[in-house]
Design a protein around this ligand. Structure first.
Ligand SMILES: CC(C)(COP(=O)(O)OP(=O)(O)OC[C@H]1O[C@@H](n2cnc3c(N)ncnc32)[C@H](O)[C@@H]1OP(=O)(O)O)[C@@H](O)C(=O)NCCC(=O)NCCS
Length: 241
């Protein structure tokens, strides 16, 4: 295992084009070992991702350590972080976590309203996604963009996906919806306001400015004597004649 201290995780640019073949070869090898999952892209595709600023790379000095890219679907309503790969000698030191974190931040910056999703069979990615706020969902919650699902054609389990009419497969779908965050913020704000109001009310009671409801009730009940009640009834009876 390599020393992780010198590894930089950055948005990939022109200067990283020299790593494209190595990235693709590493993906290919991992895919063969796992027997499922990660689709090899063309070198041109990876290059374009770098040029568009839609890729994250991990570099140890000048050695390639890891990679991931982002893709948008359904007219930017969905974003997927794909092609995650960590070179074997850098695994197990939290590098995938750093790469996914960076790709997540990049996705939120470039597509703030998009739902971010991923498909995976791997426990490591499930753990990382959960930490980032993704939740497991059914495939019905994902993009219906044909181009995305075409990417599954190179997977050995593609026949399962087809047999189930794209409703399920061996991968778990995970999704992050920015609206969840918005709703959570709104709820926190409302709770904050309620707490402030309760504090304000308590202070007012303590200073004697507002009479607590129970005290007020007691005071009013004490004032109404049976005589007061009879008098009130007589007055009302006269009024209705
Ligand atoms: C999967 C992969 C990206 C993980 O990279 P990594 O840098 O070793 O992962 P990290 O060190 O950041 O680990 C993240 C978490 O996953 C766990 N983890 C890592 N590898 C794991 C494995 N093979 N099985 C189960 N858990 C694993 C870690 O313990 C850590 O969990 P923690 O937060 O509870 O400690 C790497 O093994 C790889 O490139 N594999 C081949 C390609 C691949 O499978 N890509 C994913 C396609 S969906």
């Amino acid at each position: 295992m390599e020393n992780k201290d010198n590894i930089r995780v950055v948005v990939a640019g022109e200067e990283h084009k020299k790593y494209v073949t190595e990235i693709n070869d590493t993906i290919q090898r991992a895919s063969e070992e796992r027997g499922t999952g990660i689709a090899r892209r063309t070198d041109e595709y990876i290059l374009t991702k770098m040029e568009e600023g839609k890729a994250v790379i991990a570099i140890d000095g000048d050695k390639f350590a890891g990679f991931c890219y982002i893709e948008s679907w359904s007219h930017n309503k969905f974003v997927a972080n794909s092609g995650l790969i960590v070179a074997p000698q850098y695994r197990g030191v939290g590098l995938a976590k750093r790469i996914k974190q960076k790709a997540f931040e990049l996705s939120r910056k470039k597509f703030p309203d998009a739902k971010i999703f991923g498909l995976t069979t791997g426990l490591a990615v499930m753990k990382i996604n959960s930490e980032l706020g993704y939740k497991p969902v059914t495939f019905s919650e994902l993009t219906d963009d044909e181009a995305f699902w075409k990417g599954c054609q190179s997977c050995v389990n593609y026949d399962i996906l087809m047999r189930t009419k794209r409703t399920k497969c061996l991968c778990t779908a995970m999704l992050f919806d920015p609206q969840w965050e918005q709703k959570k913020n709104e709820k926190t704000q409302q709770e904050g306001k309620l707490i402030s109001f309760k504090k304000w009310l308590k202070n007012k009671h303590a200073s004697g400015y507002i009479e607590p409801f129970s005290a007020k009730l007691k005071r009013v009940m004490n004032i109404v004597t049976p005589n007061d009640f009879l008098k009130h009834k007589q007055e009302n009876a006269l009024g209705s004649m």
